[in-house]
Design a protein. Structure first.
Length: 605
């Protein structure tokens, strides 16, 4: 194992000449092709470095090999996290603590070499902001891209977890179920879950299907101190385990290993003297021999790195109960972030003291497990399956494997094959059966379905005193039981089986009011067109005489019944018994009076 600390990787401003005072570096990440290293620091800048001078000593001393490739100065606060997108590494996401902002950067390959504004540094690569993601209300602590770059997740001091679309960068989901600062986030490589860790002393697992809470893990974190700036957790490449930072076992500061099968946290990585700030799994798995001297059998193992406040870094393998190597006192202050190289055989770490460390492994990590083996392990958890509707359990996975191995039914397969090649034909219903069906339906039409006319002859009886008594007869049909049969259409008979007709009985009684044999009073609001209708006296309507005659002069004051009940009423004149007015304006003593007649003999008064 080789440990190298390049002193030229720094966020200090060279123009100020402040020797020994380097701003804190909060985050570090390696590009997927391994040629660039991104760092975020207290100076509010994102810097991209060339990794070739770090790997090759000759390139480090070559003036033609540029070390600092670009400096981005768009943030207004300390850059707390930087993360490259997976696969081709097209985007770089960065977050800060003052503007509460996430910036998505993309390289402009057509731009020329330029200088940094307000500095003598030169940008040999131009990275421009293409998206500004606003949604957090406070410091954005951590970022994570999903394995397929479908989502970008962010968490912050405001207690929110925001999931962004990896292509459009629109907000997909905002989760606010934590009760403290959320300081770490990590994606399940199988794509089923999202894990987050907060100051509420819990690790929460969220389902990506509906963004609901799968489980909460709080056992190892009950006594965890709240002095860590981060709680950066990590998911193993095979999806089996989660390494969670800032856990406590008894009185020891440990990293808790959470098992995916039942979400228990019985395993602890013990060794650090102070709280663990960051955990990071190697993107590859390795064949590791047993720790016993006589055990030469190799088994698949995942590699995890821990960074602590005790200024040390430890490397663990899942097969061993002790770390395979420990780098103590690498820094002068807390370790804040760890990033593995794409080949998995080296890592970068950054510290609060403003420096980074490069650790390269030799014999410790040599035999890499093929990617196909890791993918096969992920497929057990549904990797590669889209829109899975059921939640995964060990029983469900066993049933899925059984159904895949079980051959289909031979009888069903033969039936489907016969139908597809046309060896089996579906016979049509013969015409004779159709004719017979029509005859059967016609014969079932009962004569009772034809409604017979009701006898309208009245019954006349003569009483003893010689008076005739006529019994009235209703003109409506009698409520007799009727049978109704529906005959299906001819086209329906050709395809459907013949069924016996069913009868429907009508038992409701007739409640209609007869329209004749009863005097009906009719009133309306429309006036007659002419005075010819005045032949009918107003006190006699359709043979009904009023018991008391009314004076003719009051007819205009009678309001019809329909108008009284209507919503819109016509304006009626106000009836007065006497009217008086001046006959001449020049002579006020002459008055004209008009009186309504009270009796017939008073007409003309």
């Amino acid at each position: 194992m080789i440990i190298f600390k390049p002193d030229w990787v720094s966020h200090a401003d060279k123009t100020q000449g402040a020797k020994g005072q380097k701003p804190c570096i909060y985050s570090v990440d390696v590009h997927p092709d391994g040629t660039r290293l991104a760092t975020g620091g207290l100076d509010s800048n994102v810097r991209i470095w060339n990794t070739k001078p770090i790997y090759d000593e000759e390139a480090e001393h070559n003036p033609a090999c540029h070390k600092l490739l670009s400096t981005m100065t768009m943030h207004n606060g300390a850059v707390l996290c930087v993360r490259w997108s997976n696969k081709e590494g097209r985007y770089l996401a960065s977050s800060s603590d003052n503007d509460n902002l996430i910036i998505i950067w993309e390289r402009d390959i057509n731009a020329k070499v330029g200088s940094v504004f307000g500095s003598n540094e030169i940008n040999y690569e131009t990275w421009k902001p293409v998206k500004y993601l606003r949604g957090h209300e406070s410091d954005v602590q951590d970022l994570a891209w999903s394995k397929d770059n479908q989502y970008l997740a962010s968490c912050g001091v405001d207690g929110f977890i925001i999931v962004w679309d990896g292509k459009t960068f629109e907000q997909v989901k905002k989760i606010d179920k934590h009760e403290g600062f959320v300081k770490g986030i990590s994606w399940d490589p199988a794509g089923k879950y999202l894990a987050s860790q907060s100051d509420d002393k819990m690790v929460k697992i969220w389902r990506t299907l509906d963004w609901g809470l799968e489980t909460s893990i709080k056992g190892p974190f009950i006594n965890a101190p709240g002095t860590t700036l981060y709680r950066r957790l990590s998911w193993s490449p095979d999806g089996c385990h989660i390494a969670a930072a800032n856990a406590v076992n008894s009185i020891k500061c440990v990293a808790a290993i959470v098992n995916r099968e039942d979400w228990n946290s019985d395993i602890s990585l013990v060794g650090h003297q102070l709280p663990v700030e960051v955990t990071s799994f190697n993107p590859h798995m390795f064949y590791i021999t047993g720790e016993d001297e006589g055990d030469n059998e190799k088994s698949v193992s995942a590699i995890c790195a821990l960074g602590s406040q005790d200024r040390s870094i430890s490397i663990w393998a899942t097969r061993f109960s002790i770390p395979i190597c420990v780098a103590a006192d690498v820094f002068d202050n807390n370790v804040y972030d760890i990033a593995w190289a794409p080949d998995g055989k080296s890592l970068f770490a950054c510290s609060q003291d403003g420096t980074i460390a490069f650790i390269q492994f030799g014999e410790e990590l040599q035999d890499t497990v093929p990617e196909e083996v890791v993918i096969s392990k992920l497929e057990k958890y549904g990797y590669g399956k889209r829109q899975t509707q059921l939640l995964e359990t060990p029983i469900q996975l066993e049933l899925e494997e059984t159904m895949l191995k079980k051959p289909p039914s031979s009888a069903l397969s033969q039936r489907v094959a016969d139908l597809m090649d046309g060896s089996i034909q579906i016979k049509d219903v013969p015409q004779s059966s159709t004719t017979a069906a029509q005859e059967v339906l016609a014969s079932n039409i009962s004569s009772s379905t034809i409604m017979k006319p009701t006898i309208t002859e009245q019954k006349v009886s003569i009483a003893k005193n010689g008076k005739k008594r006529i019994q009235p007869i209703s003109l409506m049909p009698s409520p007799a039981t009727t049978t109704t049969t529906l005959i299906p259409k001819k086209s329906m008979i050709n395809t459907l089986p013949v069924s016996q007709p069913q009868s429907t009985q009508q038992t409701s009684t007739v409640t209609n009011i007869p329209t004749i044999d009863m005097n009906v009073t009719v009133t309306g609001t429309k006036r007659r067109a002419s005075d010819d209708d005045d032949d009918m006296p107003m006190n006699e309507v359709w043979g009904n005489k009023l018991s008391k005659a009314k004076p003719e002069w009051i007819d205009s004051a009678v309001v019809p019944v329909v108008i009284q009940r209507s919503l819109v009423k016509m304006t009626l004149p106000k009836v007065k018994s006497m009217l008086s007015t001046k006959a001449r304006f020049e002579d006020p003593t002459v008055v004209l009076e008009c009186h309504n007649a009270q009796n017939n003999h008073d007409k003309g008064k």
